[in-house]
Design a protein around this ligand. Structure first.
Ligand code: KIV
Length: 283
């Protein structure tokens, strides 16, 4: 399936079917305008819990709540017609066990219209993944660097080097066998990502993994150069919107202080327009 051929949003099974086909394109989004910008171009859009760091200024994803995910999920849903919507389960909303995960995943899907949820974790999450999938909740898994576990992983390090490679390969197999329709591979060596991509029957979505993964994802604020607190090595900046935006704000501030803005064309006269009255406060 290519982005130009899409007329309606794919379903999780369609994404699964793209394994080994044209690369799957995805980005994160948190707002309606961003979702609209990427709808034509992405196969799926993820409301990532990265929202906590890039939009809310939190130090990690650990403080993100279910209500935040629902609110941003609803906003993104309003901007999508062609890309599939996936929403992250936030920290603490699924790890207790299958029943807790089902209740919260059902809330996210029911209140946003998302087609699937994503959760972090490998073999130890397999039981929960199977439970959700059997009850109608498509699951995207996420292994490798799992940011919700930074306190036990010891930071945002590359995962799966040396003897950990085997563990991650087993994790990938376990989530695939449990019924996940795709798996995000974050910050792992390229040759391990290639091995996993060849080994499992579901698409791998790389972020800091390998160009040979079945698809790629980036945090949109990273690739647009909007989030500049730090830049992981795996991020390519396709724009520098923070710089452009700050320059625009500085120009506005200077014009306001110089009384150059608003100019005549931005103000209203007291003459009643002939023909029709002014229609809207937006005009
Ligand atoms: O939260 C997020 O944005 C993610 C992606 C980086 C995969 O999980």
């Amino acid at each position: 399936m290519s982005a130009t051929a899409r007329t309606a949003a794919p379903m999780p099974d369609d994404i699964r079917g793209m394994k080994g086909d044209v690369p799957i394109v995805s980005l994160t989004a948190y707002t309606t305008p961003m979702a609209r910008m990427m709808d034509e171009h992405c196969d799926f859009v993820l409301v990532g819990d990265s929202v906590g760091m890039v939009l809310h200024g939190l130090p990690s994803t650990l403080g993100v709540t279910l209500d935040m995910m629902v609110m941003h999920g609803q906003a993104v849903a309003r901007g999508l017609t062609k890309a599939m919507l996936v929403i992250d389960m936030p920290f603490g909303s699924y790890e207790e066990g299958p029943a807790q995960a089902f209740a919260n995943a059902a809330k996210i899907m029911g209140q946003t219209g998302a087609a699937a949820i994503k959760l972090e974790g490998g073999a130890y999450m397999a039981e929960t993944i199977a439970f959700l999938v059997q009850r109608g909740i498509p699951v995207m898994a996420h292994i490798g660097l799992t940011p919700q576990s930074i306190n036990t992983l010891g930071g945002y390090k590359v995962q799966g080097r040396a003897d950990q490679a085997e563990v991650l390969a087993n994790d990938a197999q376990a989530v695939a066998d449990a019924g996940a329709f795709a798996v995000v591979l974050e910050k792992i060596p390229a040759n391990l990502a290639d091995r996993i991509t060849a080994q499992i029957a579901i698409p791998t979505i790389g972020i800091g993994a390998s160009s040979r993964c079945d698809g790629q994802i980036l945090v949109v604020d990273d690739m647009l150069g909007l989030f500049t607190a730090f830049k992981p090595k795996f991020v390519k900046r396709y724009a520098a919107l923070a710089q452009t935006g700050e320059a625009a704000i500085a120009a506005y501030a200077a014009e306001v202080r110089a009384r150059a803005f608003p100019a005549a064309e931005h103000m209203f006269s007291d003459a009643v327009p002939s023909g029709h009255a002014e229609q809207s406060t937006l005009k």
